[in-house]
Design a protein around this ligand. Structure first.
Ligand code: ZN
Length: 249
């Protein structure tokens, strides 16, 4: 995998921003955008859509895995400029509209400033609005567990802990699990590659984040796409086992 966007399987595209991914689902001429990078990644989001031969006006729906600044950066553009509906879990929709994000606090990060990975990462995200709190004007609530009538037919699966309403999206037809930040396969703050949990201080409830992986483990898929790190070939069950054993170690 290299470059800024890859088709991991037919009509499922993964694009890279500032150490964060978003996903584009295609069905015919229409698209669904899942997550939207940092605020400063907006141009990259629009470019990624053009790179697969489409225009932002082809986007019919925007789905958010959770209300953190590195995942909703492009959302207000799609709502305000293009009238595209944004959907998130009810809890994270509330956080996205109030700017009251459940994300790592400056003190959590400051305590770890001696980690040699921390400062370069903080500098890189500060360039793309990593410290900002963008609020969204309108966010619709998702019902969990039922296929959405949007391009790509994703099924929202509740998997909270990273945020109170964190949502993964299962693509049963494509055999893909979009895990958001319930799992990662890499992160600038981690020396590891492959399925893992993000550091506990990123989670609203770290114990819940470990427990709720049960909701993903039984899903039928053979490609895992996370908010951070490269796409990974394997089942959700194997990914959850690997992540839990690393977390326990
Ligand atoms: Zn994230």
């Amino acid at each position: 995998m290299s470059g800024s966007i890859d088709e991991v399987t037919k009509d499922v595209f993964v694009a890279r921003g500032t150490a964060v991914n978003w996903v584009i689902l295609r069905e015919g001429d229409e698209l669904t955008l899942v997550d939207g990078g940092f605020p400063g990644d907006l141009k990259k989001v629009l470019t990624s859509i053009e790179e697969i031969g489409h225009s932002p006006s082809d986007v019919r729906a925007v789905l958010g895995t959770h209300a953190h600044v590195d995942h909703i950066g492009a959302f207000e553009y799609f709502t305000a400029e293009l009238g595209v509906p944004v959907y998130m879990s009810a809890i994270d929709a509330y956080h996205a509209q109030t700017g009251d994000f459940e994300q790592a606090k400056p003190l959590d990060l400051a305590k770890r400033i001696l980690d040699p990975r921390m400062l370069p990462w903080l500098l890189s995200i500060s360039m793309v609005g990593g410290a900002s709190h963008p609020t969204l004007s309108v966010v619709h609530s998702l019902d969990m567990g039922a296929e959405l009538d949007v391009p790509g037919r994703p099924v929202p699966v509740s998997c909270s802990g990273h945020s109170s309403g964190h949502t993964a999206f299962h693509l049963p037809g494509a055999g893909v699990l979009l895990a958001g930040d319930a799992l990662a396969t890499g992160h600038p703050l981690s020396p590891l590659k492959g399925p893992q949990l993000l550091p506990d201080f990123f989670a609203a409830d770290a114990d819940e984040a470990v427990r709720e992986l049960d909701n993903l483990a039984g899903l039928d898929a053979d490609i895992l796409v996370c908010g951070h790190g490269e796409p990974w070939k394997g089942t959700p069950a194997d990914a959850v086992d690997l992540a839990r054993s690393l977390h326990d170690a």
